[in-house]
Design a protein around this ligand. Structure first.
Ligand code: ADP
Ligand code: MG
Length: 258
């Protein structure tokens, strides 16, 4: 059964999409069967995986509105090492239509039930809001990967997300856990970064991943080529960091299973 991980933080620009794409590619590079689900109407994870969001005939919107099954919408990643369930601006329509739909929180979970056994990992890129799309991701997930920048208000913003995770665990998905907090765009020369990083560890303990993602221009360049960083520049610090994150997540999983 595939492990489903949502990459979520209602703050924009913290590295969610960068993490979702590069974690999917890095897990794929270890020969795990991986599916990346784009659940953000911006479609950045789709484009960053080399799939043109303007040319897709179906998307995660069709899955949420039950117009198509998950299997019908997934594109096989040619040479990418992972499959993609793409998204584009149509998802905004799904978000609105879901407001009055039956079992609206369970749409993604229901759809994934049919294909979950085909994957070792399913990674979901969430939009920058705690809306019905993010709720669908959290209901369908085992764990949440929370990327964050070590900035002044970062911790404050986390409490709304942690509360949402807790309330979904208590109501509809008792297996949901914070899988880990990921420090992104990290600059160790910045005193504020180290200070916030220490506060984070004090508060969340070993829920903070040991792996830190540095600020690295290759990570910012790769999406414009429609490639994950390990295919764009596999020697870069960004590539090394996301491979290390995949390794840490695999170790956590095997420790958990043992
Ligand atoms: P989100 O999905 O949370 O909005 P993104 O992953 O799109 O965030 O990242 C926001 C911007 O920062 C993008 O332009 C991305 O290329 C860039 N970025 C993300 N992580 C890094 C990093 N570690 N180093 C340099 N640039 C990064
Ligand atoms: Mg994003």
């Amino acid at each position: 059964m595939g492990k489903v991980l949502a990459v979520a933080n209602q703050k924009g620009g913290v590295g969610k999409t960068t993490t979702a794409v590069n974690l999917a590619a890095s897990l794929g590079a270890t020969r795990r069967r991986v599916l990346l689900i784009d659940l953000d109407p911006q479609g950045n994870a789709t484009m960053g995986s080399g799939v043109d969001k303007y040319r897709i005939s179906s998307s995660s919107c069709d899955v949420l509105l039950k117009r198509k099954s998950a299997g019908d919408v997934i594109t096989r990643g040619e040479g990418m090492g992972y499959d993609v369930m793409p998204a584009n601006a149509d998802l905004t329509v799904a978000e609105v239509n879901l407001m009055t739909a039956l079992r609206r929180e369970y749409r993604l979970q229901d759809a994934l039930a049919e294909i979950q056994s085909e994957y070792d990992f399913i990674i979901i890129d969430c939009p920058p809001s705690l809306n019905m799309l993010t709720v669908n991701a959290l209901v369908a997930s085992h764990g949440v990967v929370i990327p964050m920048q070590c900035e002044y208000f970062a911790l404050e913003g986390l409490s709304a997300l942690v509360q949402t995770i807790n309330s979904i665990r208590e109501s509809v998905n008792d297996q949901l856990q914070i899988h880990g907090l990921l420090r992104t765009m990290y600059d160790p020369r910045n005193n504020l970064s180290t200070e916030v990083s220490e506060q984070l560890s004090a508060h969340f303990g070993d829920q903070v991943y040991q792996t830190v993602i540095p600020r690295n221009v290759r990570l910012a360049e790769a999406p414009s080529h429609g490639l994950p960083v390990i295919m764009y520049d596999k020697q870069s610090r960004g590539a090394m960091a996301y491979l290390a994150l995949a390794g840490e997540i695999l170790r956590r999983e095997s420790a958990h299973a043992a």
